[in-house]
Design a protein around this ligand. Structure first.
Ligand code: TYM
Length: 314
């Protein structure tokens, strides 16, 4: 039997944090061997917020290095970047013509910008449509993501439904996979860990950076168990073990933070060593090969779409 397809993506908008790892990368690592899997660097998506070309280039190479360092095997997974395959922007245009403006106006990212009085760019507005194109171009069956992407997957289903009803059954509707317990990894302030909130613990940070981030975890001055520390610690150690550790160190927030820092560092050390051995040229080769494989699959889906909508002249 042919394997089902799995697809996910990450923006190269900055260094990966432990929320990306536990919310998306780890679930991806656990799932990908069972599927024909695609992992995409969403570099066009990151243009909605990132305007520095040198930073973008560095982030693209780094994020691929990160994937490989945590254990994504480029022989087994198609690792590629969005901008290497023009089918993504082409299909996004077609899907833009399916979804309504009022529906897109409900988008969280868009609404947040507007609520803050910031000027949203058109790219941010139609961001979920480009994401829908990313996914359906590969006849994707499952999409493992963190909770914050749930709405985007709803947009994908909306676009697929609208398209299939307007024309005929052409695009596949994907299923969202959100792993329980890690859908929202909290940051140092207890809110969702996010670069834009400045509350991250970097995945590949230097040990002093990790320690600094951990020391900044907000703890209330009462109570024996620092919940925000424990919530992050649970990602690195067994809960039963932690319970006795936290009971033993009741009220000693600084001590518990030091233990958490050390646990994060010992988790990350071997991955860091692996990461340091991955060269830029290796990454570029992986991306070139990934682009070739991705296009091979998306081309046939794009042709199907062109046939369906009448762009292909008979
Ligand atoms: P991005 O780059 O913001 O995040 C990458 C992945 O990390 C997850 N994540 C989290 N999970 C749990 N807790 C957190 N604190 C946390 N922070 C981030 C995200 O849910 C995501 O799974 N739009 C996407 C990129 C994208 C994509 C796609 C994803 C583009 N095309 C197609 C899937 C399929 C994004 O901005 O992810």
């Amino acid at each position: 039997m042919e394997k089902q397809r799995l697809f996910t993506g990450l923006q190269p908008s900055g260094d990966l944090h432990i929320g990306n790892y536990f919310g998306a990368l780890k679930p991806f690592l656990d799932l990908y061997p069972k599927y024909e899997s695609f992992l995409m660097v969403a570099d066009y998506h990151s243009l909605t917020s990132l305007r520095d070309p040198d930073t973008l280039q560095r982030n693209i190479l780094n994020v691929v290095r990160d994937y490989m360092a945590v254990g994504v095997d480029p022989e087994e997974v198609v690792i590629f970047r969005q901008s290497d395959n023009p089918d993504h922007t082409e299909l996004a245009w077609v899907l833009n013509c399916m979804v309504t403006v009022p529906f897109l106006q409900q988008g969280h990212a868009y609404k947040d910008k507007v609520a803050k009085g910031l000027e949203p760019n058109v790219g941010l507005f139609t961001y979920p449509i480009l994401q829908a194109a990313d996914i359906v171009l590969y006849d994707t069956d499952v999409v493992p993501v963190g909770e914050d992407q749930r709405q985007h997957l709803e947009y994908t289903r909306e676009a697929v439904g609208k398209f299939n009803r307007a024309y005929k059954e052409t695009l596949k509707e994907p299923e969202t996979v959100i792993v329980e317990g890690v859908g929202i990894v909290p940051g140092t302030d207890g809110q969702k860990m996010s670069k834009s909130y400045g509350n991250v613990i970097p995945l590949f940070g230097e040990s002093n950076e990790i320690e600094k981030a951990v020391m900044s975890i907000v703890t209330d001055s009462e109570g024996n168990i620092p919940e925000n520390v424990l919530a992050i610690h649970k990602l690195f150690r067994d809960e039963d073990e932690l319970l006795s550790l936290y009971e033993k160190n009741a009220g000693k927030y600084g001590e518990l933070k030091k233990i958490l820092s050390a646990d994060i560092n010992s988790f990350i050390e071997p991955l860091k060593a692996k990461r340091a051995r991955i060269t830029d040229s290796e990454v570029r080769e992986v991306l070139a090969e990934g682009a070739r494989k991705a296009k091979e699959v998306s081309q046939s889906v794009m042709e199907r779409v062109r046939d369906t909508i009448g762009i292909n002249l008979n």
